[in-house]
Design a protein around this ligand. Structure first.
Ligand SMILES: *Cc1c(COP(=O)(O)O)cnc(C)c1O
Length: 392
């Protein structure tokens, strides 16, 4: 028998708007003490009240109130049934792929975060899964690739790093016709700009390290499910793999989420300005940015997102210019990752996309002149001035 738990009864905040939901979370305050800042329950285990009477919490690998507050907040923001917080985006995707079996066929975006590709090829292919990489920005490619044993369709939109946009509603329709689970990695746009569960996805994933945390100081991953179909699966992953996010890191994400709306607005606004500037620079050959009106997926974006995010990729005129840019930036930091307050430049060829085979990289356009930039929340004039001096 379970005792009544202080932390069971939380408000789904359905009457609040998104900007208020990020601030007030699930429980928001601590229901027991009234502490405005949600407590960090730095504990491994929980005292039982009596024989067969627990508080609802048994052991922190299974449940922890701080992690739970983060998970419930993410479920509220993505409009899902339940969420799970993992030790990294990679851990979240390992837990997700844990539902795959020998003989399953899985379709993933062809332009994909390198680590997701590595999980598929280095771990799950050996277990007998068959992965196929498809450009789903053209829905006919997906139709042609679907098989009777397609178990999962895994989509990034916009893609990393080529910024291709796919129609979430259409991909959902095709995936579900084959009874495949439809997953969207929503790291780039966050629920502030895009809510895939409301557009037909069954599962949403995040590298919580990026915009959800927002401050480049935590590694974390999030899974949100639309209904209870995969609830037991993810509870089992937390319980058996022991990959749940710790209380301190959970608290930092709760804290980061409070400013999600403000940060995303500023990332979006800054990226628009910088993308336009880059396009007019003589040493920049091509700019990949979902917010350009002549971007192939622009109309799709307007139908499913409320913004374009802070990510831009571009191709320079030469390897020398690329090397100079990466060496000479001052305020902007040359570092892997994205989604934080600081503007970062990344070199996908040797950083995020090193695991992608050379032929696929070439086909996508990830060459030695290719740069990805995560636009921070600084003054856009300083971002541009720094790019200008570093491009020379
Ligand atoms: C960073 C990233 C991941 C992996 O997440 P980690 O938190 O680094 O483990 C997965 N997907 C996308 C789109 C990412 O950018």
């Amino acid at each position: 028998m379970r005792a009544e738990c202080y932390y069971d009864d939380y408000d789904k905040k359905e009457n609040l708007h998104f900007d208020s939901k990020v601030v007030h979370g699930a429980l928001g305050c601590d229901p027991m003490t009234g502490s405005l800042s949600f407590p960090i329950f730095q504990t491994a285990t929980y005292k039982h009240r009596a024989f067969d009477v627990s508080t609802g919490y048994l052991y922190s690998r299974l449940q922890n109130p701080t992690r739970q507050e983060l998970e419930r907040t993410m479920a509220i923001l993505e409009e899902g049934f339940e969420a799970f917080a993992f030790t990294s985006g990679q851990a979240a995707h390992m837990a997700l792929f844990g539902m795959l079996k020998d003989g399953d066929h899985i379709i993933l975006s062809d332009d994909l975060y390198g680590g997701t590709f590595r999980i598929a090829e280095d771990i799950f292919r050996e277990l007998g899964c068959d992965f196929e990489y498809v450009d789903m920005s053209d829905i006919e490619n997906l139709e042609a690739a679907m098989k009777d044993n397609t178990k999962m369709v895994f989509l990034e939109t916009p893609t990393n790093p080529m910024m291709r946009v796919s129609d979430i509603r259409k991909v959902s329709e095709v995936a579900h016709r084959y009874n495949a689970v439809f997953v969207v990695d929503n790291t780039f746009l966050t629920p502030y700009f895009q809510k895939p569960l409301t557009l037909g996805a069954d599962i949403v994933t995040h590298s919580g390290t990026k915009y959800i945390c927002g401050h480049n100081d935590v590694i974390a991953g999030i899974v949100v499910i639309k209904d209870d179909t995969y609830s037991d699966h993810f509870h089992m992953q937390l319980k058996s793999r022991g990959n749940g996010l710790g209380p301190m890191d959970s608290w930092l994400l709760i804290r980061g989420l409070k400013t999600l709306s403000l940060r995303m607005e500023k990332h979006n606004e800054n990226a628009k300005i910088v993308a336009k500037w880059l396009r007019n620079h003589p040493k920049v050959k091509k700019v990949y940015y979902a917010g350009f009106e002549d971007h192939k997926g622009y109309q799709i974006s307007l139908s499913q997102t409320t913004g374009f995010g802070g990510m831009i990729s571009f191709e320079l005129d030469s390897l020398d210019t690329a090397k100079k840019l990466l060496s000479d930036v001052k305020m902007i930091l040359f570092a892997e990752s994205l989604g934080g307050t600081e503007t970062l430049v990344t070199y996908p060829l040797t950083q995020t996309h090193e695991s992608i085979p050379a032929d696929i990289r070439e086909k996508l356009g990830i060459n030695e002149r290719f740069i990805r930039i995560s636009i921070g929340i600084e003054d856009p004039r300083d971002i541009i001035a720094d790019l200008e001096q570093a491009l020379g």
